[in-house]
Ligand binder design. Structure first.
Ligand SMILES: [Zn+2]
Length: 184
């Protein structure tokens, strides 16, 4: 599945989630096939926040999403290396940096001057306002991934990988795109 189709699949799943019409049941009958392998259609960098669950928000079954989580959805070196694996070996063509509303990690970064650790890596927008910073930090994640991974940068340039950033609104359930490496 190419990145455009993968993104469309996730946005359609998000529309079902918003409408309360999720259809993914993860039935026992699916497990035998699942045990034989995986081909995730997207890799996702999510915040560790308990209200953010990509499989639910995008209404996707087990096996479809390769999910990495850390406070503030920061593409740390370890996370970028995990994503390189799924892109290189599992055929994943889409990477999503997934921010969310009411993010405690971004709030903490706004209110404190962290000098090291993951909170220090939260990118704050010039406008010191929470929603602005949440969107800015997600978008900044794209640049961080490209800076940290020659492999992923090459695939983006070749047009075989798309990286997008977006924000999940917890109250409405909507996942809104903020930026992407290609709009094709
Ligand atoms: Zn968060």
């Amino acid at each position: 599945m190419n990145s455009k189709e993968a993104l469309q699949t996730l946005l359609e799943g998000n529309a079902r989630y918003q409408a309360g019409e999720c259809k993914m049941m993860n039935l026992p009958s699916a497990r035998e096939e699942l045990s034989r392998g995986q081909a995730p259609i997207a890799a996702i960098i999510r915040c560790a926040d308990s209200r953010v669950a990509p499989e639910i928000v995008f209404d996707q079954p087990l096996g479809n999403l390769f999910v990495c989580g850390v406070a503030g959805n920061i593409p740390t070196q370890e996370i970028v290396e995990s994503i390189e694996y799924t892109v290189q070996h599992l055929g994943t063509t889409l990477v999503i940096v997934m921010g969310h509303s009411n993010c405690v990690a971004v709030t903490a970064a706004l209110q404190n001057e962290f000098v090291d650790g993951v909170f220090a890596q939260v990118a704050l927008s010039p406008i010191p306002e929470l929603d602005e910073c949440i969107a800015f930090n997600a978008e900044h994640g794209i640049a961080t991934i490209l800076n940290r991974s020659y492999v992923l940068e090459q695939k983006v340039q070749q047009g075989t990988l798309r990286i997008v950033a977006g924000v999940q609104d917890i109250a409405s359930g909507e996942f809104e795109l903020v930026a992407q490496t290609s709009t094709e």
